[in-house]
Design a protein around this ligand. Sequence first.
Ligand code: PMP
Length: 418
Amino acid sequence: MAELSPVLKQATPVLAARGEGVYLYDEQDRRYLDFTAGIGVTSTGHCHPRVVEAAQRQVGTLIHGQYTTVMHRPLLRLTERLGEVLPAGLDRLFYVNSGSEAVEAAVRLARQATGRQNIVAFQGGFHGRTMGAGALTSSGVKVRAGIGPMMPGVVFTPFPEAYRHRCSEADAVRFALAEFDQLLVTVSSPRDTAAIIIEPVLGEGGYIPAPPEFLAGLRERADRHGILLIVDEVQTGVGRTGRFWGHDHAGIRPDILITAKGLASGFPLSAIAAPEALMGQAWPGSQGGTYGGNAVSAAAALATLDVVRDEGLVDNAAEQGARLQEGLRKVAAEHPVIGDVRGLGLMVGNEFSTPEGVPDTETATRVHQAAARRGLLLLTCGPHGNVVRMIPPLIVTAEQVDDAVGLWAEAVRDAVNG
Ligand code: PMP
């Protein structure tokens, strides 16, 4: 009889028994430095005492109240608190549970508000795996293969990828903006185009930050054509990139912002934020779901935002991210198989490729596994799975960053020397 398993494929053999701060422990109490953070979710570290306390208190008070039926205080408080950190004017929020659901909520809103159908997404972008969010995803064919047809009305255009095209960032931006302009005259007229959706840092697609000039160029075009700009901050939000929002690096204004992952330290919660004039155009009942805005998740999110503020985690992400990149560049300098080290804040990727730029997925996979054996948990990403990424909790210290770089150097040596 086949062995029962809840996963199709597990990337590491680790069975986590408990988590504390930046560390995970298995059932034999072996300690792992967790630079995956549940894919960028446990922003305040595993089981931060203030998050645990807030959630435990809420569990004993009210676990669930479906907020479009009966409102509850934790969600009102969270909404008020998010108002302090959201871009000015994005004053209406709507809550669901996951990144994918929030992406779909943003698409529904954009289509309803504009009366247009098409959404422009970027090649290499990731927005989720549900049939709508998956239609916007092109970070790798595995999300779509054998599943289509996906939701219609999605058109793709290139993201500026200087490393892949071996060109300067300025050239990559010029090319991608020219392609975008061409798209509007060849494929999707502005009259049919509801929105552009973009990640401030291409996440699953390979940890490639969007150049600020690119985001500014899109903003300008969106304004010119009455197209909405949806910024997917599911992975980049709540301090991850060293600014509170990833788009803050470019100083642009989103029309719709999507937040999830780091928002509630591991409790399922996501939201979209939009101006009142926009959100007011959604038909009541056209959005939402049974569990969205759960009271325990909301309480955990409130505690998370307090910890992020009180412990200075946004600045810490900037500082430790810079330290991490500096350490990783030194390792890359000794190993030509690492073609590029890049990222923003505590979203850092190491791309394995030949000097000609051919993806080296095999070495990336070996390094990823060698790191896990040495006690450093990492993730891979990119269309070829040849980018090994690091996305630790935002509480990571300089000492832990140095430990990780040391383990990384050993893992690369293990893998390269066979
Ligand atoms: N958008 C982005 C930018 C993401 O990184 C992810 C998840 N990796 C999603 C959307 C989908 O989120 P979820 O897995 O919670 O549906």
